[in-house]
Design a protein around this ligand. Structure first.
Ligand code: IDP
Length: 139
């Protein structure tokens, strides 16, 4: 199987609750290699652009407010089958539906404040990684 990449954000609630270390432990234990990583904060325009696909949804305003209210950890991760394996590791969008042991089951508060982001396709992983990182920041 070829090695490929996904993009993740540890969302503001994860940083507020002091869960960066615990979540990175789970990511490391699952075999992902860190290609790029930083603490950063999205502006309103950043969040609106990043989540543009959701701009007609009723929760869009709430989502932008949540994602901009504090710092996030942005990272690019590498592993075989990275996108699908990472989506499995984080679990369903709503933590109530997430499988036991998944990051969202363990660390998310609600369907909106759900601890982590994971890209949903190889194409989006590349777009989202490039949104946050310059080529010289990827290793
Ligand atoms: P995903 O993050 O699991 O791929 P998406 O459907 O792409 O889920 O939604 C993006 C983000 O928007 C979610 O991670 C969550 O933070 C937020 N979100 C999704 N659905 C709802 C909802 O019904 N109410 C409030 N926030 C939501």
């Amino acid at each position: 199987m070829t090695t490929n990449r996904t993009f993740t954000m540890l969302k503001p609630d994860s940083i507020e609750k002091g869960n960066i270390g615990a979540i990175l432990e789970k990511i490391n234990a699952a075999g992902f290699r860190i290609v790029a990583m930083k603490l950063t904060q999205m502006t309103e325009n950043d969040a609106k652009a990043f989540y543009a696909v959701h701009n007609e949804r009723p929760f869009f305003g709430e989502l932008v407010e949540y994602m901009t209210r504090g710092p996030i950890v942005a990272a690019i991760l590498e592993k075989s089958n990275a996108v699908d394996d990472f989506r499995a590791l984080i679990g369903a969008t709503n933590p109530e539906d997430a499988a036991e042991g998944t990051i969202r089951k363990l660390f998310a508060t609600s369907i909106s404040e759900n601890a982590v982001h994971g890209s949903d396709s190889d194409e989006n992983a590349a777009i989202e990684g490039a949104f946050h990182f310059a080529g010289r920041e990827m290793f």
